[in-house]
Write a protein that binds this ligand. Structure first.
Ligand code: ATP
Length: 294
């Protein structure tokens, strides 16, 4: 079953583009990554899902229900962490969290204490006195305190130190094991590689690719670095499947996707000093998606 289904969602901010024709779905129980550079349209998509803004065209459903028509009902089952958190600074952390919990028909007191302990958040402090990272933790606890079936996180780790990021990821994995579906946006690719089952890649407001992390990595991408005895012309390895071609003196490097024999045939016609063929990391594979249309 799909927990989220997005169907040709478009959002224009006046004349400027938010997102265009975005479609993808997130299955129940998945940890789904939403990846793209700044301004690509991640927050816009997420805000549309939460009905904080409304689409210009297209539609989306969560738990099979239209996100605009059933917004209040759906929101009770969602934990949302916005990319930027704003609070009434004068409140104490515990008061804010109790206030948030009052919107749900369950006692969240124990859960708040547990989450605060894991995230090392001092509940007695005034929000005003918290650092940016600690404010982020308040948002995390706020998003998870009602044990939502769907967790939507917009750039959740910005501001958290590496130890807290780790704690937070462990927390998300636990929630996922208990049955929560998770959608989270990021421009940090290594996060996605570790945590997610599938990813959607967004660029300039449009989805470039939706793929399983395991398939992305097994997609026969190879990273070539070739050192030749004599310098090659800049376009010697320009051929279908070659990306990010770089020639520096006698060293040529590129990412290749396709039948490796075609590269090897070209390699065999020049005198080689050294050759490396490696698995590219996800960052390098994503660069390919980012650059494809340029
Ligand atoms: N309220 C707004 N008014 C006008 N344009 C907007 C508004 N919000 C977003 N945009 C534009 O929509 C596009 C997508 O922005 P969005 O914030 O969704 O991207 P993002 O992928 O979340 O990036 P970031 O990681 O920087 O938040 C950008 O070009 C942005 O300038």
């Amino acid at each position: 079953m799909n927990v989220i289904e997005i169907n040709r969602l478009t959002k224009m901010y006046g004349k400027s583009r938010g997102i265009t024709d975005v479609s993808f779905s997130v299955e129940e129980g998945e940890i789904f990554g939403f990846i793209g550079p700044n301004g690509a349209g991640k927050s816009t998509t997420i805000r549309l899902l939460l009905s904080l803004i409304y689409p210009t065209s297209g539609s989306a459903t969560i738990f099979g229900k239209d996100v605009v028509k059933f917004a209040p009902e759906i929101k009770k089952e969602i934990g949302y962490l916005p990319s930027e958190v704003f609070y009434y600074d004068n409140m104490k952390v515990i008061d804010l969290l109790k206030y948030s919990a009052s919107f749900y028909k369950k006692d969240c007191t124990k859960r708040i204490t547990e989450l605060a302990e894991v995230m090392e958040l001092d509940l007695t402090k005034k929000i005003d006195d918290l650092s940016l990272g600690n404010k982020k933790k308040v948002g995390i606890v706020q998003g998870l305190l009602h044990e939502p079936k769907l967790i939507i996180l917009d750039e959740p780790t910005s501001g958290l130190d590496p130890l807290m990021q780790q704690r937070f990821f462990d927390l998300l994995e636990k929630e996922n094991q208990k049955g929560a579906t998770i959608l989270f946006s990021s421009h940090i690719l290594s996060e996605v590689q570790r945590l997610c089952d599938r990813v959607a890649i967004i660029k300039d407001g449009a989805i470039v690719q939706v793929e399983k992390i395991s398939e992305l990595k097994q997609n026969n991408y190879k990273k070539f670095k070739i050192e030749t005895v004599l310098p090659l012309s800049g376009d010697y390895f320009e051929m279908p499947g070659v990306n990010q071609l770089e020639v520096k003196g006698t060293t040529t490097s590129f990412i290749f996707r396709g039948d490796i024999n075609t590269v090897m045939q070209k390699v065999s016609t020049v005198e080689i000093a050294n050759l490396w063929v490696e698995e590219p990391d996800l960052e390098e594979i994503f660069m390919h998606f980012y650059q494809r249309e340029e």
